[in-house]
Design a protein around this ligand. Structure first.
Ligand SMILES: Cc1cc2nc3c(=O)[nH]c(=O)nc-3n(C[C@H](O)[C@H](O)[C@H](O)COP(=O)(O)OP(=O)(O)OC[C@H]3O[C@@H](n4cnc5c(N)ncnc54)[C@H](O)[C@@H]3O)c2cc1C
Length: 445
């Protein structure tokens, strides 16, 4: 970790998630002197569920929660939520690229090649009876659950592990920490301060951003730079912006709510599986939902997060002769939500969101039944989201160059700038977008 003196940087990057880490790496490659500022720590990953929830996730075991009751998970640690993500890589849809006015295909292909993104090999399926059963049941219903590209090196991954969301202990999965380390290792490259929270961007008399005000141990209160890049994620960037006088930030918000279904079968197992290896994207454009597989025990655990599904399920997992199968529906929700300057969240489901979710949940139920689940054992745990964004959208809060309107020299490059949910998990889209933007960015002299 760098000792920060009161000196001026070329670029300050706030946040080290996929967006911030990519921006920092691109900027050092352009020869800029970069300082990355991260509120979290370099916590060890892969130390088990309790350690991860306690140390890496926001809100320490309780999740962030909108005042209407929707749970939202994110990690506040070096690498942001990529330290705990499932490692799924989805190509951005053509309509999303059109909506953001960027053709990302070249950067998507570059990233796939650079990080060797690929689906797991078929040999992994040998131990995954549960997944095979679900894929075959879906196929019998004409639903194509396809193997997904993964940010995971299959030669290192243990197919029996399925602990991606508590951090990969064997480092088989890419995280933004890899880009952070590359940016720091670059000759004359980036510095990093952790456990330092950016409160607001400040400007000079002409109104242009000249630095950030921070709270952190051993750091001056003000850090100066020619350019400030905000990448604190869809829930923190709007807070920083509002505190910096950008009132338009935080007035729209999506987070891709997800329902998780579990069902139990009496067919002999083992029902081993890994979560989210397969998904059907056929409904993303038409009905705004994505469905995929969840490891049975994970789907069962999700039921315990909600009172309604807790009691029916708490004793079931250990019941003799019952085996769990799981699926999810993830909806591209409308941007009807809000992040306030104090960090509080308002988010509810619109009638359209509920309609799309119900359609996806019904398909999951049909697949679980076809896979042999006993009808009365199927239950659905509702509404956890993990893809916050839309809170500093292009066209509204930032311009086409991702510069904050009314705050020159300050840019936003995280999921906040997405004008709507991309409909699929966003990390590949985000990396491609930041690369494209950073390489064509006009910078002030
Ligand atoms: C459990 C889970 C599973 C997921 N699985 C997938 C998946 O399989 N595929 C996929 O594409 N996406 C997945 N996602 C979503 C994906 O991880 C996020 O969309 C992505 O990380 C967003 O990147 P970001 O850089 O915009 O923000 P973040 O990853 O949120 O990074 C923001 C960073 O800023 C830091 N920060 C916040 N506030 C401040 C502040 N005031 N000062 C300084 N630093 C600050 C945070 O600590 C963090 O490091 C998953 C998310 C979760 C939670």
């Amino acid at each position: 970790m760098a000792r920060v003196k009161n000196r001026k940087q070329d670029v300050i990057v706030v946040g080290t998630g996929p967006a911030g880490a990519t921006a920092a790496l691109e900027m050092v490659r352009k020869g800029r002197k970069v300082l990355m500022i991260e509120t979290g720590r370099d916590d060890p990953v892969g130390r088990g569920l309790f350690h991860t929830f306690h140390n890496l996730y926001d809100k320490h075991l309780i999740f962030s929660r909108s005042k209407e009751g929707i749970l939202i998970d994110r990690a506040l640690t070096l690498g942001g939520s990529s330290a705990v993500f499932s490692g799924n890589a989805f190509r951005p849809t053509a309509s999303f690229q059109s909506d953001i006015g960027m053709d990302l295909e070249d950067m998507v292909e570059e990233t796939i090649e650079e990080l060797n993104l690929a689906p797991f090999p078929d040999t992994f399926m040998e131990g995954w009876n549960g997944t095979r059963q679900i894929v075959e049941a879906a196929s019998a219903l004409n639903i194509d659950l396809k193997p997904q590209l993964k940010f995971i090196d299959p030669t290192r991954c243990n197919p029996k592990c399925d602990s991606c969301m508590s951090g990969c202990a064997i480092n088989a999965r890419w995280t933004a920490r890899d880009y952070v380390r590359k940016a720091m290792a670059w000759p004359g490259g980036a510095d990093l301060v952790m456990e330092t929270t950016v409160e607001q961007v400040f400007s000079d008399d002409s109104g242009k951003a000249v630095g950030v005000i921070v709270k952190g141990k051993g750091t001056p209160d003000k850090l100066f730079a020619d350019t400030v890049i905000l990448a604190a994620g869809g829930m923190s960037t709007p807070v920083i912006l509002q505190k910096s006088g950008v009132d338009a930030a935080g007035k729209a918000f999506f987070m891709d709510p997800m329902d998780v279904a579990v069902g139990f079968t009496q067919e002999p197992g083992p029902w081993r599986a890994m979560t989210f290896t397969h998904a059907c994207e056929d409904f993303v454009e038409s009905d705004k939902f994505l469905i995929g597989n969840v490891k049975g025990s994970g789907a069962w655990l999700s039921q315990l997060l909600r009172g309604k599904t807790f009691f029916n399920n708490v004793l079931r997992f250990k019941s003799k002769g019952l085996y769990a199968l799981g699926m999810f529906t993830k909806v591209a929700d409308e941007t009807q939500g809000r992040i306030y300057a104090n960090g509080k969240i308002s988010k509810s489901m619109t009638a359209e969101d509920e309609k799309h979710m119900a359609r996806g949940d019904e398909l999951c139920r049909e697949i679980l039944l076809k896979a042999g689940c006993i009808p009365h054992t199927i239950s659905v745990s509702r509404l956890i989201g993990g893809h916050p964004g839309g809170t500093a959208a292009m066209g509204g809060v930032v311009d086409d160059n991702l510069e904050v309107k009314g705050l020159p020299h300050c840019y936003v490059c995280d999921t906040s700038v997405f004008p709507r949910s991309p409909g699929v998990p966003p990390v590949l889209t985000l990396i491609a977008m930041v690369k494209k933007w950073a390489r064509t960015l006009y910078e002030y002299p």
